[in-house]
Design a protein around this ligand. Structure first.
Ligand SMILES: NC(=O)c1ccc[n+]([C@@H]2O[C@H](COP(=O)([O-])OP(=O)(O)OC[C@H]3O[C@@H](n4cnc5c(N)ncnc54)[C@H](OP(=O)(O)O)[C@@H]3O)[C@@H](O)[C@H]2O)c1
Length: 332
């Protein structure tokens, strides 16, 4: 039997239930993975609440990202072998697949190899953050050496990875957090400057840091009314990329600044639904992992699938710095 996390109503973390099912079988183009570690994402709490970019169809499963071992191959899957160590990346809809389970069916196109030297926890924590950071800033954003880049909600797993990606290409990352209590952690993670948005004026600080020019790139996880200030902190001809909706509020289109500013939205599906881009991202992230420039920052590991409610509560506490990982503990 396999334990799978499901929910049949939208709401707080305690809507999550563990159900026992017969072991899953892969269909054509799919594989079954014995799940070793699950990486939690903000997207999953939004999906659970019904506030994600995609409508939640109930009853629903959860989970975009995990590490584990290939257990079964569906018809037509030739690239992978049983027993291979893999990471699962978000290349599907959670209305179709979910990896919060002991064993999960996923499309074979969502697998990337997991090197022997990378732990299960790191293998579950690395891809979503680095695919967003690399894909949004470099592959589709054009970030280059010497650019200033403002990374909002930088203590998030995506924010920390974005700081590392910016450093890797020689850009100068400026991080925001709502309070100064996480400033030291952000500097340690590579931020050249930290702005505590609850305590100081964001636009003033950014203009001061950039000698009045503003940032060539702004990489925003929050959206909502604060985007007007972000536009003022963007350099002429700069790029303001919105990749998350943490504020939960409608986002204005700051037209008064726009003649000299590109404003766009980005999702990592631009990477994971394109084989060539995913391959380039794999090479970029893999090289950084091998030479130690990229290490997924793990905030806390919850041991046992039955810890899922507590893990989601911790995710929503916003006290974390980095990734939250859940070990199902069933299949291994
Ligand atoms: N576009 C994509 O494809 C994609 C993929 C994955 C994730 N994302 C987005 O990336 C963002 C981070 O995701 P994650 O899973 O890495 O998150 P996470 O680790 O759960 O991020 C938590 C951090 O976000 C900050 N935060 C939370 N609510 C906020 C609010 N209302 N206003 C400002 N800051 C807030 C807090 O930092 P402080 O307390 O330090 O301020 C908190 O520590 C989310 O917006 C998510 O939707 C986008």
């Amino acid at each position: 039997m396999t334990r799978t996390v499901r929910f049949s109503e939208l709401g707080e973390p305690d809507v999550l239930r563990i159900e026992e099912d017969p072991d899953p079988q892969p269909g054509p183009g799919e594989v079954v993975v014995d799940v070793a570690a699950i990486g939690l994402n903000r997207a999953e709490s939004m999906f659970r609440r019904g506030t994600y970019i995609e409508t939640t169809h109930l009853p629903a499963r959860l989970g975009y990202e995990c590490s584990g071992t290939v257990a079964l191959l569906g018809e037509g899957v030739t690239r992978w072998s049983v027993g291979e160590r893999v990471s699962v990346v978000p290349a599907f809809s959670m209305n179709d697949y979910g990896v919060y389970a002991d064993r999960a069916v996923v499309p074979a196109r969502a697998l990337v190899p997991l090197p022997d030297a990378t732990s299960w926890v790191d293998g579950a924590a690395v891809w979503m953050p680095f695919l967003v950071g690399y894909g949004g800033l470099v592959e589709t954003g054009g970030l280059k050496a010497g650019d200033h880049v403002l990374v909002t909600a930088a203590t998030s797993s995506v924010g920390l990875a974005s700081l590392a990606v910016a450093r890797r290409v020689g850009a100068i990352p400026i991080a925001t957090s709502r309070s100064s209590s996480k400033a030291a952690a952000l500097e340690e993670a590579g931020a050249a400057h930290v702005v505590a948005t609850g305590e100081e004026d964001l636009v003033e600080r950014v203009l001061e840091i950039t000698d009045g020019r503003g940032c060539e790139h702004v990489f925003d996880a929050v959206a909502g009314p604060g985007v007007a200030d972000l536009a003022r902190a963007t350099a002429k001809g700069g790029v303001l990329t919105i990749h998350g909706l943490l504020s939960g509020q409608p986002t204005p289109f700051p037209a008064e600044t726009l003649p000299d500013l590109w404003m766009r939205a980005y999702t990592l599906f631009a990477m994971t639904h394109d084989e060539q881009r995913l391959r380039r991202a794999g090479a970029f992230v893999g090289a950084g992992l091998r030479d130690g420039a990229f290490t997924p920052q793990v905030d806390r590991v919850f041991d046992g699938l039955d810890q899922v409610v507590d893990a989601h509560r911790h995710l929503e506490s916003n006290t974390q710095v980095g990734k939250i990982v859940l070990l199902p503990g069933g299949a291994r």
